[in-house]
Design a protein around this ligand. Structure first.
Ligand code: UDX
Length: 459
């Protein structure tokens, strides 16, 4: 099938590349000629493992090309056009659909009769219908069908998520649209991937409800981690114990410094705004949004309190990306924590294996360290915010030597506490006994931890 992808960002590029490698003839369009020129040189503006190789493969096979021209690029030959542009948050949390609407308006005059427009961007319920009406107004006829096909791609594993999806959601309001969209994903159906065939409105709701539910899981784990700290429990054991219940599931139960990224914060806000708009308040999600923001602030204050820092102390912040395997810093914990530490008079040194250059837009007056040990050099405390493998492999003896103070805050629970404390470090992690020992007694002894049996895999 001849497919166009409008928007060569993270979702458009990943989806376009994968569709090309499935055998479709794909053109990725972007309004920015500079970005298209960049892509033609395989200079990819995002860090996504495997993407460059997959792109080269598709281009070499003659299946993928790029264009900054609609008519000049041949969009009138397209059978299907995906819209994969940004939907940023507006002031009240509702999403700004202007890029989607502008894209629809711009492509409308060039589409061939009967072409299928598919909304890939995350949009609120009712958008596909609005797009269909807008295109009909522009063309003077309802001869273009509009479908909804939300993405469930995680940054850092987007190719895998596209190629081995848990499900594919096909949202269409008529049989022709449904069949055309199903045809694009036919190879998946043969492999047994569940295909949810539904209306455009349901597809739009599925995307938000899925992300809101996953975000709720994280918020819940983080609250239970707080309880474990106060009650002397171990979040690793508790989550292991509940995750084995098939109705709960084992994934997405890791405590952390609060969720971030380009999706969860924005999607939960949009879901809550949609609930308000339709008179069906999503109170759980409203509370979750607040709790998640507060968590980042409280964890910053906890560093100041527990490390007993004085003004001018240096703190090393390890991890600026909102999670590992991405260079994306949008709504990452670091963007909240670093300014709070600075306002408290701390000098902050930062390190991230991938995300430092993106973080420079948001973070200033810090020391940019080229490795974690350099960041920790002379620091009174260090805090791990991103679960990079580089940090899992830290040489703890070297880290302990670099730090002048002796507290390591691990807000990703990367280590078995004993593997840190044996180097003379105080170790403060989330929802585990080590934290409670420090909090209550202010000592570095881990006796209470040592008396417990640490189950494998909790590090
Ligand atoms: C998410 C969804 O997973 C994906 O389906 C959607 O389409 C886009 O949004 P992404 O934002 O790339 O993907 O990241 P994800 O891996 O889902 O993590 C989101 C946030 O939750 C991160 O800040 C991560 O650190 C945090 N998280 C995740 C936890 O704190 N604990 C967990 O157990 C899982």
């Amino acid at each position: 099938m001849r497919i166009w992808m409008i928007g060569a960002g993270y979702v458009g590029l990943t989806s376009g590349t994968c569709l090309a490698n499935m055998g479709h003839q794909v053109c990725c369009y972007d309004i920015s000629a500079a970005r298209i020129a960049q892509l033609e040189r395989f200079d990819i503006p995002i860090y996504e493992p495997g993407l460059e190789t997959a792109m080269r493969e598709a281009v070499d096979a003659g299946k993928l090309r790029f264009s900054s021209l609609l008519k000049g690029g041949g969009i009138m030959d397209a059978d299907a056009v995906f819209i994969a542009v940004g939907t940023p948050s507006g002031r009240d949390g509702s999403i700004d659909l202007s890029q989607v609407m502008t894209a629809a308006q711009q492509i409308a005059p060039h589409l061939k009769r009967g072409a299928l427009v598919i909304i890939k961007s995350t949009v609120v319920v009712g958008t596909a219908r609005r797009v269909r009406e807008l295109i009909a107004r522009e063309r003077g006829a309802f001869d273009i069908r509009v479908a909804s096909n939300p993405e469930f791609l995680r940054e850092g594993s987007a190719l895998k998520d596209f190629l081995s999806p848990d499900r594919i959601v096909i949202g269409a309001d008529d049989a022709r649209a449904r069949n055309a969209l199903r045809a694009i994903y036919r190879p998946f159906e043969k492999t047994g991937v569940p295909v949810v065939t539904t209306t455009t409105g349901n597809a739009e709701l599925i995307k938000y409800a899925a992300n809101a539910f996953l975000a709720l899981k994280i918020g819940f784990v983080n609250d239970v981690a707080n309880l474990c700290e106060m009650a002397g429990g171990d979040i690793g054991d508790v989550m292991h114990g509940i995750g084995l219940d098939g109705r709960i599931g084992r994934s997405f139960l890791m405590p952390g410094p609060g969720f971030g990224g380009s999706c969860f914060p924005k999607d939960t806000r949009a879901f809550a705004a949609t609930g308000r708009q339709f008179g069906a308040p999503q109170k759980l999600i409203e509370t979750l949004i607040d709790r998640n923001e507060q968590r980042k602030v409280l964890l910053a204050r906890r560093i100041l309190k527990e490390a007993k820092l004085v003004s001018g102390s240096r703190i090393a912040v390890l991890g600026l990306a909102f999670k590992a395997n991405t260079d994306d810093v949008r709504e990452s914990a670091a963007l909240t924590l670093v300014p709070i530490l600075q306002q408290a008079g701390m000098q902050v040194a930062v390190h991230d294996p991938r995300a430092a250059s993106n973080a420079r837009r948001y973070v200033s007056d810090v020391k940019w360290a080229s490795n974690p040990y350099d960041a920790c050099n002379g620091a009174a405390a260090a805090v791990i915010l991103t679960e990079w493998d580089d940090y899992r492999r830290l040489d703890m003896a070297r880290l302990a030597r670099s730090l002048s103070g002796k507290t390591l805050f691990d807000y990703r629970n990367l280590f078995d506490p004993r593997s840190v404390t044996r180097y003379g470090l105080r170790y403060v992690s989330l929802g585990r006994p080590a934290a409670i020992v420090h909090q209550r007694a202010g000592v570095s002894s881990l006796d209470s931890w040592d008396r417990r049996v640490a189950a494998p895999g909790h590090a």
